[in-house]
Ligand binder design. Structure first.
Ligand SMILES: [Zn+2]
Length: 66
């Protein structure tokens, strides 16, 4: 007895069974799409955690002396 549900990517009716290697997706295409979106989110991390050292400005000032 298979459970039919909507693919989270394309909303197509999909069979949630162990015979479906791409579950919970309807196929490889949607599985790849999900993985791609996940990877994109990982690379698109907000740079709010990146802070410059307080003395970075001083270093640049010294380099400009030449
Ligand atoms: Zn799909």
């Amino acid at each position: 007895m298979a459970t039919v549900y909507a693919c989270p990517i394309c909303q197509k009716a999909t069979c949630l069974a162990t015979t479906n290697p791409f579950r919970p997706f309807c196929g490889q295409r949607c599985q790849n799409r999900d993985l791609g979106a996940w990877a994109a989110e990982q690379y698109n991390v907000p740079d709010t955690e990146i802070t410059l050292p307080l003395d970075a400005g001083n270093d640049y000032t010294e380099l400009d002396k030449e």
